[in-house]
Design a binder for this molecule. Structure first.
Ligand code: AP5
Length: 223
């Protein structure tokens, strides 16, 4: 199995598509945003520092993020392939990850750019709700993404929650950070010949079927 990296602006659907791919292809889903959010729950100076950075819309340090990622990659469910949702996020992280792959004698896999217009991203951020129990994602502003019962997860019945960084002011900073730090990765992975692009302005099922076409074309997914 090969691995998948998502590069995308905020709210482009990295989390939504990762859950669909995880279910269909039995890959581990690694969200650095989720790993960092879990770290903020620890009542430590580092947890507080991470929370402040995330709520400002800036990036957490490479050292902290990569430390959490390395621990997660060592877990057994990553042995059969994984989806990186939110990593790498800048050129330094991309170089560090290439070094790691070299040591492990592994290929980078496929990098999928989820392209999304800024104003659609803003709408998706404001309406987002997610299930802390199973990871399912909803949006109370978009008809096709609403849960059947407001505020309740369709899959497991858990109450849905909102993220503290999902507001208009933080969105602007997150988007600027994306343009400055993360968008240059598109050229980096284009040069490596592993970049694919999907139009994420479409509805979530159409985005997923475009991703499936890419994965099936690569034929490395057949067991
Ligand atoms: P992270 O959690 O990664 O946030 P993000 O990149 O801003 O991305 P989002 O999670 O907001 O969006 P998404 O693309 O997953 O979209 P989703 O599927 O949820 O990072 C948060 C913070 O952590 C960062 O700001 C940074 O501080 C820190 N961080 C994380 N990684 C880091 C790293 N590597 N280095 C340093 N710092 C790091 O969808 C969004 C909404 O839209 C949902 O409501 C969903 O239902 C809806 N939706 C999705 N797809 C569609 C569709 N096709 N049509 C209609 N609605 C849709």
């Amino acid at each position: 199995m090969e691995n998948i990296i998502f590069i995308a602006p905020p709210a482009a659907g990295k989390g939504t598509q990762s859950v669909k791919i995880k279910d269909a292809y039995h890959l581990a889903h690694i969200s650095t945003g989720d790993l960092l959010r879990a770290a903020t729950k620890e009542n430590t100076p580092e947890g507080l520092l991470i929370r402040n950075l995330m709520e400002s819309g800036g990036l957490v340090s490479d050292e902290i993020t990569e430390g959490l990622l390395l621990k997660r990659l060592a877990e057994q469910d990553c042995d059969n392939g994984y989806i990186l949702d939110g990593f790498p996020r800048n050129i330094k992280q991309a170089h560090d990850y290439q070094e790691l792959l070299k040591k492990l004698n592994k290929d980078v896999g496929v990098v999928i750019y989820l392209a999304l217009d800024k104003e659609i991203a803003r709408k998706r951020i404001v309406g987002r709700e997610s299930c802390a129990n199973c990871g399912a994602m909803y949006n109370n502003m978009i008809d096709t993404m609403k849960p059947k019962v407001a505020g309740i997860c369709d899959k497991c019945g858990n109450p849905l929650s909102k993220r503290s960084d999902d507001n208009d002011a933080t969105f602007e900073h997150r988007y600027d950070t994306y343009l400055k730090e993360t968008e240059p990765l598109l050229e980096f992975y284009k040069q490596l010949g592993v970049l694919e692009t999907v139009d994420s302005n479409q509805d979530a099922d159409k985005v997923f079927s475009d991703i499936v076409k890419i994965l099936d074309r690569r034929k490395k997914w057949l067991i």
